[in-house]
Each structure stands twice: as C-alpha cells, then as structure tokens.
Design a protein around this ligand. Sequence first.
Ligand code: FMN
Length: 409
Amino acid sequence: MPDSQNNSASAPFLPLAGKNVVLGVTGSIAAYKAADLASKLVQAGAQVDVILTESAQEFIGKSTFAALTHRPVTTGLWEANSPLAIDHVSLALNADCIVVAPATANTLAKLALGLSDDALGATVLATAAPLVVAPAMDANMYVSPAMRQNVETLRGRGTTVAEPGEGRLASGLIGKGRMQEPANIVGLVRQAIGRNGDYSGRKVVVSAGGTQEPIDPVRFISNRSSGKMGYALAEAARDRGADVTLVSAPTALQPPAGVNVLSAHTVNNMREAVLTASKPADLLVMAAAISDFSPVEVAAEKIKKNGSGLTLELAKNEDWMPLATGPRLVKVAFAAETGDAAFKARSKVESKGAVFTVANDVSEAGSGFGTDTNRVAIVDATGATEQLPLMDKLAVAHAILDRALPHLK
Ligand SMILES: Cc1cc2nc3c(=O)[nH]c(=O)nc-3n(C[C@H](O)[C@H](O)[C@H](O)COP(=O)(O)O)c2cc1C
C-alpha cells in the first residue's frame, strides 16, 4: 500500500496525505473556483501552498486561501515566508506537484517560454515536480494558434493539461474555455503524483456498478450495487501509475478524471467491453455486480397494466469471466454474498480463473452496496482466507492492488 495509507480502520482514506501541493492561481474569472480546489486538496490530505499572481488578486484575496490552507500565501517574488527566505525555491523543492488553476493564457504562455518574472513562473521553473495546468479563458483565446502551440509545448514536456469544458463563458460566448471542475483537477493531481508508482506501465481494467437487464423499453432488473468499490479501484490504480479502463454500468458517480471510462448497461454490453479491454491488460478486477438472470423475452412495447399481475421468465446468465484472457492478464474476482461470504467465495477462485476472490458479506453493517466502507476477505486458490478490517473503500482498493501486484507478469 502506498505511503498515503496512514489512516485508521474505517476513517476516510486521504489519498494526498503527506503530499505537498503548490496551487498557482492566476487572473481569470474562474479564480473563485480555486478556493474550492484548495479546500478539496486540503480535504484529500495535502499540505497546500498557494501562489497568487498580481492579476489573481484582482479576483480573490490571499486571506481566503490562508484560511482554507492554514498556510502563508505567496503573492510576490520579494516575500520571505519560507525558512529559506527564497520562497519560490523552497516551494519548488518541497512540492510533490504544482497545479495552476485557473491558468490564464498569459501564464500558460509564460510557462511555455520558461519566464520567471513572478513567484509562480519562478517556482515552476525551479521544480522537478509534475505540473498540472487547468486553462480557463474565452473560447477564441483557447483556440488561437499561439495558445494551441503553448499548450502543445507544455504537453510535450509532460505537463498534464486539464482540458477546459464547453459551455457558457463569462463573455456570454458558448465554447470551450471553462475551467475543469475542482474534483477532476484533484484527480489529475493524484494521477500526476502517482505517475511513477508501482503500477506504472500497467494496464488495469475494472468493471463497476450493477448491470441493467431490460424487461421492456422502460423497465429493467438490476441490483443494489452503487459502483463505489469499482470506482475506488479505478482511482487507486490510477493513483499508482496504471493506465486504467473502467467499464461501468449506470451509477450516480462522477467518472474519475484520468481514467478511460466505457459505459455498459447490460450483461452483454459489459461482456463485450470487458473481454475486449482485457486482452492487452495486465489486470482485470471484476467488481461489477453482473445480473445472474435476464428476462427471456424483452417486450418491444411498454408492458400494459392489464390483468392481475405479471410473471417474468428469467434465464440464467452464463459466467463469462473465465473467457477474459490475454497474454499477461491476471484476474481478480468479487463475490458479494450474504452470510459466510468467504466460504462461498472459495469455489469462485478457480471457476473464474482468478488469482483470488474478494468476498464481502453485503448484509453486514457498513459493508457492501452503497456504503463508503467495506469489510472484505481475500480468498486465494488454496482456500487461504485473509480477513481485512472494516475500511474506507479506497483503502480496500489499495489493499486489493497490493495483493494483486506480485501476481502480475
Ligand atoms: C474581468 C477580467 C477577466 C479575465 N478573465 C480571464 C480569463 O478567464 N482567462 C485569461 O486567460 N485571461 C483573463 N483575463 C486577462 C488576464 O487577467 C490578463 O491576461 C492578466 O495579465 C493575466 O495575468 P496572470 O497570468 O499573471 O494572472 C481577464 C481580465 C479581466 C479584466
């Protein structure tokens, strides 16, 4: 488990615990969103040092960030908040990641050129830490040839560019230029910090959520899976350097940033997407709750409320996890059971061709569907069972990845 696993039992897992993040805020209308970003980074466990450009201070004050981060805020090259008394060098040396959000056209141009005439430029130039930028500007500025070139220059140096979204901009224009949501930027910071982690160079496929088997055009059979365990696995693998594909049944969750998300509603959609994505992968974790039964017939029209009731004939779905193969593929199965989950999971290790099964008793309090915590047992091919304590699902995800890693080819 990475050093960010510093939390006790079921306490929230802080993915940025022990990490120093420098947040550069520049002179864009979107500067107000940087306060939310600072707060989210702090809540994820990071120590956050904010640098405001001169223009940023026209939009938002340093007191906001000082209060949110409990740290001094740097606003110029000639301040001396740090023990070194050379703030930009001190911040640059200590940083695990520098994120510039919002990033103006002006600052992006300066960063592409390597200018250091302000505290932010000097800090970026003086660091070896990964850089994440979240451009925010009017649509015409973002598509301008100069901007395209600057963004490509930064990308070419390994900078993560949080592509702006499309929508109504402050100017009233509709176009691409809105800063990405702070939650996504936190995800990209986590990914940038973990870029060289123990899953670096590995392709990981995770399935998540409960599939929906149609009865008619408006109704379906599904299950209580929220998708939280699978999403946590996708985030954990991303945070450890993996190239992650998340095959997701419909959920209420936001797609994790920096992860390739494929949506799959039905068992058949899921099967096709997982089998294809798994071929070149190193690891498949089947956390999705796949319907065991599907209606034999799907009505073309909405079934009317005639008569006294409705009898559905259901057919058992074939278990296709054994068909997921690839030259390097290692598989981890999940077994959601009620009552002695570990015992019931034992038979699934071999039948699914998995190196181990993650068993969870979904009838237990704080465990299983919809909760933020889970209490699982890892059951391997020999039948050996390791019971893990009740933990945040992100901590469970890291524990699963820890145990899968030695099996990878
Ligand atoms: C009201 C207002 C809003 C602005 N919003 C943006 C913006 O969203 N994106 C941008 O690139 N520049 C924007 N600018 C222009 C920048 O503030 C200007 O280029 C400034 O020099 C940026 O300095 P900095 O990059 O050092 O923060 C805005 C200017 C004003 C007056």
